[in-house]
Design a protein around this ligand. Structure first.
Ligand SMILES: Cc1cc2nc3c(=O)[nH]c(=O)nc-3n(C[C@H](O)[C@H](O)[C@H](O)COP(=O)(O)OP(=O)(O)OC[C@H]3O[C@@H](n4cnc5c(N)ncnc54)[C@H](O)[C@@H]3O)c2cc1C
Length: 468
């Protein structure tokens, strides 16, 4: 229960800061840096031993339109086009103004991260995720979010006005009785117990409820028992606090899943394998969907198959095209990727009916050569698959939730009537994303878009509003 007090004299504080940030993922670290840059003293609190959250598990792919990196690579893009791609994927369900605002701010975010903060990002031009009409993903060279986290962490450790405390789960917010405005929080610091922090501005950057079974059963029952591939710290309290204070929520059933997690190895097999031409079969050796529609909704298709698994089939060309991806390399290292000289041998390795798998391959290849319609309606191919072949057993997994608190363009948490909850900001997985209402609306990299752009806005706005 949020502590409600009549006046500040009713409570004694242990610590004081200008801006308290709850959660040390991309959203929280970026918010802390943006607030500090505008002169605020920041306390950044992370529940776990290490910062990073889902951001460190991600591929670090940040979408942005109109950046100087795109221009240098000859890519003509615009925020409006980027927003239109997002709307097409979410069936125009996400808030129009907020979506456009995030897309417009994405350029500033990426250029600020590189030029001012010193994070290393490149424009990715060697593949394009389904749904993006332009090359607009900016990512570290390793294609790992961990690299962004490490670099942000290093920068933060050199900023004297940011105090980062790990092993410090925030347990509750403190708000006033009259208008529900937030004036601080309670944090349990390892070895110290509960500390009351006076903070005139609080930013919730503690992601969604991927690791909260009760909330999943309530809002996303179809994924409540699925394998959760996200960070354990994301247990939904930021959203619950906002709700208790009367915040509006939206699209609580929205989430990102992934239809290609190596199983039982529990390692992500990058979706680029599919983008570059792979297909998936079930245990009967049959394809069961158009793999190209999107990795998020494809998770449901995989989970609907026998034993909730599929075999992803590809060839030597695809294998070498993805070898640079660390996730894929890891799958190779741990033995999840199995090679066979013939399709019959591949069938034997995964105990699939060889005749059926051969028929599936022949039908896929005909479509890939443009000689027949694909029975699953797939239109994007990179040519027929040729021996030797490779296979990986995969399952569908929940990555993160996309529904949450409604925020305005300044990242302030709002009530159903549009008024703000004083002093409270949110970004990343705490705030409703731009993925519409379910699993199908997730466009690749929507997660980091909301985390990074809203994080920067929340930090800047919180710091700006401190000034008289
Ligand atoms: C495997 C995987 C791959 C992904 N790949 C991509 C990608 O390439 N591009 C993309 O756009 N998105 C991707 N996503 C989604 C993306 O990672 C998230 O949307 C994004 O990282 C969210 O950032 P965040 O800062 O909101 O949350 P996080 O990075 O999860 O950080 C939240 C932090 O808050 C902490 N916390 C929680 N509760 C408390 C509390 N009470 N007190 C203190 N701290 C607390 C958590 O421990 C955590 O460290 C991926 C997700 C996964 C799981």
């Amino acid at each position: 229960m949020i502590q409600r007090i009549k006046s500040e004299s009713d409570i004694s504080w242990d610590v004081e800061t200008d801006v308290a940030v709850v959660g040390g993922g991309a959203c929280g670290m970026i918010a802390a840096l943006a607030a500090e840059e505008r002169g605020a003293e920041v306390l950044l609190l992370e529940k776990e031993k290490k910062v990073g959250g889902n951001t460190s598990l991600s591929q670090g792919m940040i979408p942005a339109a109109g950046t100087r990196f795109q221009k240098a690579a000859g890519i003509d893009d615009s925020p409006e086009l980027m927003a239109e791609d997002i709307f097409k994927k979410n069936n125009y369900e996400s808030d129009r103004e907020i979506t456009l605002h995030l897309c417009r701010e994405s350029k500033n975010l990426v250029e600020w991260l590189v030029d001012s903060v010193g994070i290393h990002l490149d424009i990715v031009t060697d593949f394009i995720y389904p749904g993006h009409s332009k090359h607009r993903i900016h990512a570290p060279s390793t294609r790992k979010g961990e690299q962004i986290v490490k670099e942000l962490r290093n920068v933060i450790s050199n900023r004297k006005n940011i105090l980062l405390v790990t092993q410090a789960p925030v347990r509750d917010l403190v708000a006033t009785e009259d208008n529900g405005g937030v004036i601080g929080l309670e944090v349990e610091i390892f070895g110290q117990g509960i500390n009351r922090v006076r903070a005139p501005k609080v930013i919730l950057a503690c992601n969604g409820f991927g690791n909260n079974k009760e909330m999943l059963r309530k809002y996303i029952p179809e994924m409540a028992e699925a394998f959760y591939f996200g960070h354990e710290g994301n247990t939904g309290e930021g959203i619950l606090w906002g709700m208790e204070l009367g915040a509006a929520t939206q699209h609580m059933g929205a989430y990102q899943a992934h239809g290609s997690v190596a199983y039982p190895h529990a390692t992500l097999l990058t979706w680029v394998v599919v983008v570059n031409g792979a297909f998936q079969v079930n245990k009967r050796g049959k394809r069961f969907s158009n793999e190209y529609t999107g990795y998020s909704e494809h998770a449901i298709e995989v989970l609907n198959q026998e034993d909730k698994v599929a075999i992803e089939v590809f060839d030597d060309r695809i294998y070498h095209s993805v070898l640079g991806f660390e996730d894929f390399n890891q799958c190779v290292e741990i033995g999840a990727v199995r090679k066979a000289e013939t399709i019959e041998e591949l069938a034997a390795k995964f105990q699939l009916p060889p005749d059926e798998l051969k028929k599936t391959l022949e039908s896929f290849n005909l479509a890939a050569e443009g000689k027949a319609q694909d029975p699953m309606g797939r239109k994007n191919f990179q040519g027929p698959l040729k021996p030797p072949y490779y296979g990986v057993q995969v399952t569908g997994a929940l990555f993160h939730t996309q529904g949450g608190l409604k925020v305005n363009e300044r990242a302030q948490v709002v009530r159903p009537d549009g008024n703000t909850i004083p002093n409270l900001y949110a970004g990343g997985g705490v705030a409703v994303g731009v993925s519409g209402s379910g699993v199908k609306g997730y466009s690749s990299a929507n997660g980091l878009l909301a985390a990074t752009v809203l994080g920067k806005i929340a930090g800047e706005e919180a710091a700006k509003s401190l000034k008289p």
